[in-house]
Design a binder for this molecule. Structure first.
Ligand code: PGA
Length: 256
C-alpha cells in the first residue's frame, strides 16, 4: 500500500432498491463482508427509505452506514428532507454530499454543500464530499482548477480536529455510470491536487490523514490500478455496489 491511510470503499446505491430489494442486498453484503481485510473500511449508502432496513441487517457485519443526502436545518417545515440528527438516529456515520447528480439535477450549489458539510461535521457524521468536472471542462484543460475551486468553496470556514471527520470523493462526471473510467494517472493528477488544496486549508498533518476517493465506473477489474496511486485512498462505487459479489470483490482488492 502506498500510504498508511485506512482505505475506504463506499457504495452509493443511488435511487435503486425498494425495501425488499434493499433487505436482500444488505443480507448478501452482511454475509460476503462478515470479515473485512485489515486497513480497509466499508460503507454502504442506500436510499433514505431503506436506511433503517439496511441498518438492521448489516449490524453484525463490519460495514458502516451512510446516507446519500441531508438538509442542514435542525427541524421544521422542510418537506421531503432529513436532518443530520435523523440520519444519526438511524445509524448513519457517513453522508454523501455534493454528488454531481445533486448539483446538476437538483441545482445544488457550492454554498449548499458548504452548509451541509458544516451541519454534518457538527453532528459527528463524516461527509463524503464529492467533486468532479464535466467532459467539457476536462477538454478545456480546466479540470484541476475547477475541482480545487469546488473544494475551497465547499469547505470554506470548516475546522477539523481530526482527519477522519472528512472524506473527499473525486468523480469526473464523464466517467460516472458510463463505463468510461479515468486512467489511474488522471485520478492521481486530480487527487494529488485535492490533497495539496487540503494542505492549504487544514495544514499538512490533517490533510495527510484525510481520505480522497476515486469514483466513476470503478469495478473489481480496475480498482487496484487506482489504489496503487499515492493520493487515492479508496473508491465511491455506484453501479458495482448493487451486486454483493462485485462490491465485496472490490473490498478484497482494497486489502491487497
Ligand atoms: P458509477 O457511479 O460507479 O456507477 O460510475 C459512481 C458514483 O456516481 O458515485
Amino acid at each position: 500500500m502506498p500510504n498508511s491511510r485506512v482505505r475506504l470503499i463506499a457504495g452509493n446505491w443511488k435511487m435503486n432498491n425498494d425495501v425488499a430489494e434493499a433487505a436482500k442486498l444488505a443480507d448478501e453484503l452482511a454475509e460476503a463482508l462478515n470479515e473485512v481485510p485489515a486497513g480497509v473500511e466499508v460503507v454502504v449508502c442506500p436510499p433514505t427509505i431503506d436506511i433503517t432496513t439496511v441498518h438492521d441487517r448489516i449490524q453484525a457485519a463490519p460495514v458502516k452506514l451512510g446516507a446519500q443526502n441531508v438538509y442542514w436545518e435542525e427541524k421544521g417545515a422542510y418537506t421531503g428532507e432529513s436532518s443530520c440528527a435523523m440520519l444519526k438516529s438511524a445509524g448513519c456515520t457517513y453522508c454523501i454530499i455534493g454528488h454531481s447528480e445533486r448539483r446538476d439535477y437538483f441545482h445544488e450549489t457550492d454554498a449548499d454543500e458548504n452548509k451541509k458539510a458544516k451541519a454534518l461535521i457538527a453532528a459527528g457524521i463524516t461527509p463524503i464530499f464529492c467533486c468532479g468536472e464535466s467532459l467539457e471542462t476536462r477538454e478545456a484543460g480546466e479540470h484541476v482548477s475547477l475541482v480545487c475551486a469546488q473544494i475551497k468553496a465547499g469547505l470554506e470556514g470548516i475546522e477539523l480536529t481530526s482527519a477522519d471527520q472528512l472524506v473527499i470523493a473525486y468523480e469526473p462526471i464523464w466517467a460516472i455510470g458510463t463505463g468510461k473510467t479515468a486512467t489511474a494517472a488522471d485520478a492521481q493528477e486530480v487527487c494529488g491536487a485535492i490533497r495539496a488544496t487540503l494542505v492549504e486549508i487544514f495544514g499538512e498533518q490533517l490533510a495527510g490523514g484525510i481520505r480522497v476517493l476515486y469514483g466513476g465506473s470503478a469495478k473489481p477489474e480496475n480498482i487496484a490500478g487506482f489504489l496503487a496511486e499515492e493520493d487515492v485512498d479508496g473508491a465511491l462505487v455506484g453501479g458495482a455496489s448493487l451486486k454483493a459479489d462485485a462490491f465485496s470483490a472490490m473490498v478484497e482488492k482494497a486489502g491487497e
